[in-house]
Design a protein around this ligand. Structure first.
Ligand SMILES: C[S@@+](CC[C@H](N)C(=O)[O-])C[C@H]1O[C@@H](n2cnc3c(N)ncnc32)[C@H](O)[C@@H]1O
Length: 227
């Protein structure tokens, strides 16, 4: 395996990683860290896998790529197999946002100063976790695929995250502060899809009403009238 092909979402993840040392948590096929090494975006990597099948696949693919000297494969849960300060950045991709947020919450002092995350559903729990745990959202992408895949880069920093300044908080947590400012066609479609789905379900006191109000606040930021 020389330079494995990545789908568009992992290409976006790759483009947001540049570090001497990097950990890919829940790597499965190990294609992302292999490409990171091949392109010189990282000098050394640690691959962590919880489950035996994907762990064996990662080991096999790293061996086929003859990268055992620079990509170490470890079995374990989340950041557990890493020592504090061992890597400069880490990626967690292709899982539900709740699973990603759980992995981050359990990591404690093993968390590196930079994180690139690609949850498969709404990243609101991750944005909320970042605001409460001293990470700023420095870049976001929304990638077309089976559904719109969000990709987030977080960097450890003090004080309030300036990305949220001047935006309605619920809408920025749900749709992304950088993505709302950018206002891509894909994001607009996602917000309108939410409005169409939620409108028949919404009523005072219901969660759907809160979510609909959030979607309408996002439309206001996007300069579209959702009422
Ligand atoms: C759907 S795959 C995604 C693979 C790859 N990251 C991608 O984006 O294509 C999720 C992988 O995460 C692994 N995984 C799930 N929870 C994990 C955890 N707590 N720690 C490490 N690996 C985990 C699973 O075994 C599985 O291989």
């Amino acid at each position: 395996m020389n330079a494995p092909t990545l789908d568009a979402r992992l290409e976006a993840v790759l483009s947001l990683i540049c570090a001497e040392s990097h950990a890919d948590i829940g790597s499965d096929h190990a294609k992302l860290p292999i490409r990171l090494i091949r392109e010189g975006r990282i000098g050394r990597g640690v691959i962590v896998e919880l489950n035996p099948g994907p762990l064996a696949l990662a080991r096999r693919n790293v061996a086929r790529a003859r990268l055992e000297a620079v990509l170490e494969v470890r079995g374990g849960d989340g950041f557990g197999p890493l020592a504090p300060g061992e890597v400069e950045s880490a990626s967690v991709t292709g899982m539900g946002a709740g699973t990603v947020a759980g992995i981050l919450s359990r990591a404690g002092e093993r968390l590196p100063p930079a994180l690139v995350l690609q949850p498969n559903d709404s990243p609101a729990p991750i944005r909320t976790w970042a605001r409460a745990n001293g990470y700023h959202l420095t870049a976001e992408r929304l990638i077309p695929g089976h559904w719109p895949y969000p990709v987030l880069r977080l960097e450890r920093a003090g004080g309030n995250d300036p990305a949220y300044a001047g935006l309605p908080l619920a809408a920025a947590l749900r749709y992304g502060p950088h993505l709302l400012r950018e206002g891509s066609t894909l994001l607009r479609r996602q917000v309108w899809d939410d409005v169409v789905r939620l409108t028949p379900l919404a009523a005072p006191g219901r969660t759907a009403q809160v979510e609909l109000d959030t979607a309408r606040a996002a439309l206001d930021v996007l300069g579209e009238t959702g009422r």
